[in-house]
Design a protein. Structure first.
Length: 157
């Protein structure tokens, strides 16, 4: 089975941060103590939201395809003796579709996942880590720290 690439490789990011010396020693401590924890939390929340979003969307798509088929099968004379089973199954499928669509809409798992990906793909921690040299990495990491930490802090409060 083919695994998709991770947006954030925490081990690599931690190793990179231990090798970078910023202008103030406190800034290094703060990044290691807080920023890397935020990135880890951010990544975990994104993965969780992605899984929930895809599970709910799958239930909506599969249930949406099943409902007309179940209703059609109920109408066939050949299955007249089992008509009630198709009726119950179509009601259950309808409920699953409505509940999953409503929960996804209420909690916004898809939006959370896309927003986390957008922020990270738009030059977050991995973008900073990909800078050409150690000085460039340190400068970009410092700039990206503000870009990532502020929205996380706002979301947590």
């Amino acid at each position: 089975m083919k695994h998709s690439a991770q947006l954030v490789d925490l081990k690599e990011l931690k190793a990179l941060m231990t090798g970078v010396e910023l202008s103030e020693p406190k800034l290094n401590e703060y990044i290691n103590a807080r920023w890397l924890k935020y990135v880890e939390w951010w990544d975990g929340r994104s993965r969780s939201a992605k899984w929930k979003y895809q599970a709910m969307r799958s239930a909506v798509v599969i249930g949406g395809a099943l409902i007309p088929a179940l209703v059609g099968l109920r109408e066939l004379q050949r299955f007249a003796a089992h008509e009630w089973m198709f009726a119950v199954a179509s009601i259950v499928a309808s409920l699953v579709v409505a509940i999953c669509a409503g929960l996804e809409s209420l909690f916004g798992f898809g939006e959370i996942w896309r927003e986390k990906r957008r922020r990270n793909a738009g030059g977050g921690a991995e973008g900073a880590a990909a800078a050409p040299g150690p000085r460039d990495r340190a400068r970009r990491l410092g700039a990206q720290f503000e870009k990532i930490a502020v929205p996380i802090q706002e979301e947590r409060s």
